[in-house]
Write a new protein. Structure first.
Length: 326
């Protein structure tokens, strides 16, 4: 049995889908469904049950041990301002699961984030050493909370404390793909701009407020969620692999490239309108991210990552314009 926290969310539900395709009826989800449409993220797959987050530790203590815990649950908004909420959800819960997995010798794969790299001034190398992590300066409370747990793990490993039999932290870059529709303004640009592009309207992108970068030239490492799920499956198949790893496409692409790929997937000419960046994002906006994948490749992961145009075409045709949910 596998447990996926945040399993009704975007990345979590794609991991649930991949695991359930392998082992139908052997995946338990920890999440809240609420009153919206999040249940649809799970509706196509046979799962073994759903556990509420505040009941998780008690449930773990009274059930048979899972083969592995995939911890994706988090407050994931980069504009959330309640730092106490973020700390409880993203650091304390992760710490509790690490301790439980250590005591019971259960494997743990957890979500970190490229937000830990801040403005990228220190680069994007996924060096999990204490010294390397100490140099990073996240730009928001979400990135800080993920970084704090990465640093805690590095300290425990360095001091040779007991640990789970397998542990892996995954620094996700800009993930896009099916099952993100519940995220509102935190959806990927592809999902948010699809209705405009599909209707023949202009797609809005932020202007640049840096003279060295043109409007639409802001670049991200966009990674298709299918690739994220594949990395998690690979880790489950390779229990001797431990460490902190970047998960991205390995190549930065501009938002203008993304918009052009979206229009191309719809068979339309690109139509882009640049708008002013909101004040609340100024000073906290990453202008460039790119995931070096050498550590992941060195650990043995060989599957190619999906290119931007291919990923957007698949997302648009199979999901946004099709059945929507994976």
């Amino acid at each position: 049995m596998f447990l996926v926290t945040g399993g009704a969310g975007f990345i979590g539900s794609n991991i649930v889908a991949a695991l359930a395709e392998r082992r139908p009826g052997h995946v338990v989800v920890c999440d809240r469904l609420g009153t919206g449409e999040r249940w649809r993220n799970l509706a196509k797959h046979e799962i073994a049950g759903i556990v509420a987050p505040d009941e998780l530790l008690a449930w773990l203590d009274r059930t048979s041990r899972p083969e592995a815990i995939v911890h994706m649950g988090a407050v994931s908004s980069t504009i959330e301002t309640d730092a106490d909420l973020i700390f409880r959800a993203n650091f304390r819960t992760s710490q509790e699961l690490w301790s439980w997995c250590t005591r019971h010798q259960v494997r743990l794969i957890y979500a970190s984030s490229a937000a830990t790299y801040g403005d990228g001034a220190q680069g994007f190398e996924d060096d999990g050493s204490i010294a390397a992590l100490a140099r990073l300066r996240p730009l928001n409370a979400y990135g800080w909370s993920k970084h704090l747990f990465d640093r805690r793990v590095a300290r425990l490993v360095d001091e040779e404390e007991r640990r789970p039999p397998q542990w892996a932290g995954l620094k996700f870059f800009n993930v896009y793909g099916p099952n993100e529709y519940h995220k509102g303004g935190m959806q990927s640009v592809v999902a948010r701009r699809y209705p405009d592009a599909d209707a023949g309207r202009a797609v809005q992108l932020f202007k640049s407020d840096r003279p060295d970068i043109p409007d639409g030239g802001q670049a991200r490492d966009f990674v298709y969620v299918r690739d994220v799920a594949d990395v998690v499956l690979w880790l489950i198949d390779n229990p001797a692999v431990n460490g902190l790893y970047n998960v991205g496409s390995g190549r930065a692409r501009s938002f203008a490239d993304l918009a052009q790929a979206l229009f191309a997937a719809l068979g339309r000419n690109a139509n882009i309108d640049y708008i002013a960046m909101p004040d609340e994002l100024k000073g906290r906006y990453q202008y460039f991210t790119e995931a070096p994948l050498s550590r992941l490749r060195g650990a043995g992961y060989t599957k190619p990552m999906t290119g931007l145009e291919a990923g957007i075409e698949d997302y648009v045709r199979r999901y946004l314009a099709g059945d929507r949910y994976r």
